[in-house]
Design a protein around this ligand. Structure first.
Ligand SMILES: NC(=O)c1ccc[n+]([C@@H]2O[C@H](COP(=O)([O-])OP(=O)(O)OC[C@H]3O[C@@H](n4cnc5c(N)ncnc54)[C@H](OP(=O)(O)O)[C@@H]3O)[C@@H](O)[C@H]2O)c1
Length: 289
């Protein structure tokens, strides 16, 4: 006789940014790990099998308390489009405290502790000041930027067009961040910790282009554009000036040789090597063909 699937008995976890690079694989890990997963999104109707959809909008405070009712743990991220974190993130942190949430895992940024003006630094401070038990995940640059933001340059122009000079980047695959986030949410012992998460190697964009060339089987160039050429291309594509300025800033940090940090923490936390750039390209190759 067929029996109904067992109800999950794990913690009740609200996942923000659940359709994103980190959130989507995180939901899968949490469901597989037996958590009761609430998928928070603005439309509030779509959730994968084993999870429940809930309406939640950082910009609509009326959605916060209902989404957090009965929630034990929260995976919190700052959507890239939200820059006024005091207005849109602080109320969420306070609502989590009021709802009795006992652990917040926040997706922050590598080096944030030396960069107090970054929005992520403010959110870390809001969480500390609220007295919420927390884990801060501080990842380096996502490999997924190459399959999202820079996908069309690679697919249509066979080039990686970023003003990063010869600087190295300790790229991380967002799927590894999701795997770490799942562990910190499903296991005890991660409260009060901050993890610096990178991949296992720091690559130049010329090396990344060579890996693309090998895996895709067609030449992918890295023309090493300067900041002005880069900004002009994105301006022509009608992207907002603020967005172009942020991207140029990020790649200038790399050009200056400040993005090549590699830490052992991803490997230590996952008990395996981080996903390599070659593996990332192999897994996503359809998107550049
Ligand atoms: N990219 C990098 O290299 C990098 C490196 C270090 C840290 N980070 C940080 O990682 C975070 C982004 O993570 P990600 O790449 O996984 O996210 P993502 O793919 O950019 O997705 C953003 C998520 O936020 C949701 N969202 C947007 N506005 C919302 C709102 N008003 N209310 C509720 N949900 C909203 C989106 O939902 P919809 O489906 O509704 O759009 C989506 O699920 C950022 O804070 C970024 O600074 C990024």
């Amino acid at each position: 006789m067929a029996s109904a699937a067992a109800e999950p008995k794990g913690p009740r976890v609200l996942v923000t940014g659940a359709s994103g690079n980190v959130g989507a694989p995180l939901v899968e890990h949490l469901v597989a790990g037996g958590a009761r997963v609430l998928v928070a999104s603005r439309e509030g109707t779509r959730a994968p099998v084993g999870a429940k959809a809930v309406r939640f909008d950082f910009e609509d405070a009326a959605t916060h308390a209902p989404a957090l009712e009965g929630v034990e743990k929260v995976f919190l991220l700052r959507p890239p489009a939200i820059s006024d974190v005091k207005r849109y993130m602080l109320p969420v942190v306070r609502a989590a405290k009021d709802a009795g949430v006992r652990h917040v895992v926040f997706l922050s940024l590598l080096g944030v502790e030396k960069n107090p003006v970054m929005p992520h630094a403010h959110v870390e401070r809001f969480i500390l000041e609220a007295g919420l038990p927390h884990t801060f995940l501080r990842p380096s640059f996502f490999m997924q930027n190459l399959s999202t933001t820079h996908r069309d340059d690679i697919r249509e122009h066979d080039e990686i067009f970023v003003p990063a000079g010869k600087g190295r980047t300790g790229f991380i695959d967002a799927r590894d961040i999701a795997a770490v986030a799942a562990r910190t949410l499903l296991e005890d012992g991660h409260e009060g910790k901050a993890y610096d998460l990178t991949g296992s190697e720091a690559l130049t964009y010329a090396e990344v282009a060579a890996l693309f060339t090998e895996v895709l089987g067609r030449p992918i160039r890295y023309p090493e554009p300067g900041a002005l050429r880069f900004a002009a291309r994105w301006y022509q594509r009608k992207h907002p000036v603020a967005f172009i300025a942020v991207m140029t800033g990020i790649y200038t940090v790399c050009r200056l040789g400040l993005a090549g940090t590699v830490t052992p923490e991803t490997q230590t936390l996952l008990g395996r090597a981080p996903i390599s750039m070659r593996q990332f390209i192999q897994d996503h190759q359809a998107c550049w063909r």
